[in-house]
Design a binder for this molecule. Structure first.
Ligand code: MG
Length: 303
């Protein structure tokens, strides 16, 4: 099942929808509940409420989809980020594909060895942006806007000290995100990447959440294109710290909660490691795609 947050022309209230497998239509959960005279076991306006509900919420949606055949055309709705406003920062992993670590090594010659532990940082909730919305551009802040295609993990069941072997039990689903980075701002604050990773609108996400039982993310192709030109192309099988290891390490002494988002790292091909370095400018189109999870398309906006 694919779950989205959407609005449409006749109703600007963000609400939960279930996207058909062929990606042609979407079930308006609120409208279907009204038509069927049933009450959902979660708040139909709030994806976080559905994620917290977990399996009973998904079973309800399964049943509702079968009872109610009416669908809105996906082309007639506006998809927002599936979680438009996370309750806390997005957790992120740095340097998690070997080739990306190596390309960084060329410009960080003092860092030679693969790390024993993942590098964690975070992005502010105000970075979250829609799957097809413009990316704000701030030329007086920086002109080094870079791309990073990543798989996002959505936590379902909360937990602390989660063992790798049990990590899958805590995953609600997966999504596509781009950890857009204002690269010189990232370097401006010593080893603290937070600011350069937390500029408004730098985490386009979606276009939906694919529930964990419907996808095997151990070997998915990731691609990032700028103006139609492939810049990053890899496969999640090259993740150095696999998703269960990330969850295990992150949750040591730190409670992961329903709706938390973990960005799992980006492969090689980022702009700043190219010769010469490349960055995006207003009018550029960045496409962020993970096969089986979906594709984002965002235009770099004017200031
Ligand atoms: Mg990243």
């Amino acid at each position: 099942m694919k779950l989205a947050t959407f609005t449409n022309a006749s109703d600007a209230t963000p609400r939960v929808g279930a996207v058909l497998d062929d990606e042609a239509g979407i079930l308006d959960v609120r409208a279907a509940c009204e038509r069927q005279g049933v009450k959902a076991p979660f708040d139909v306006l709030d994806m976080l409420s559905l994620i917290e509900q977990g399996a009973p919420g998904l079973e309800f949606l399964d049943d509702l989809q079968q009872r109610d055949p009416a669908r809105l055309a996906l082309s007639d709705v506006r998809l927002l980020a599936p979680i438009p406003r996370p309750r806390k920062n997005i957790f992120c992993v740095g340097w998690n594909y070997l080739e990306h670590f190596a390309e960084g090594e060329r410009i960080r010659p003092h860092v030679k060895e693969m790390p024993q532990y993942p590098t964690f940082f975070s992005k502010a909730p105000t970075t979250v942006n829609g799957p097809y919305d413009p990316i704000p551009y701030f030329p007086e802040l920086s002109k080094q806007l870079d791309w990073e295609v990543e798989i996002g993990v959505i936590i379902g069941k909360p937990g602390r000290d989660i063992a790798e072997a049990h990590a899958a039990d805590h995953i609600f689903g997966f999504t596509v995100l781009n950890d857009l980075t204002w690269r010189d701002v990232q370097r401006r604050h010593g080893q603290q990447w937070f600011k350069g990773k937390s500029i408004d609108g730098t985490c386009p996400m979606g276009p939906w959440i694919t529930v964990a039982s419907d996808v095997d993310v151990s070997s998915l192709d990731l691609t990032c294109r700028v103006n139609g030109v492939v810049k990053q192309q890899s496969n999640s099988s090259y993740l150095y710290f696999k998703i269960p290891a990330i969850i295990a390490e992150l949750s040591r002494g730190l409670t992961l909660e329903a709706g938390d988002v973990i960005a799992t790292g980006t492969p090689a091909g980022v702009g700043h490691a190219r010769t010469p370095p490349e960055f995006m400018k207003p009018g550029d189109i960045v496409e962020t795609e993970v096969a089986g999870l979906g594709r984002l398309e965002n235009r770099i906006g004017a200031a």
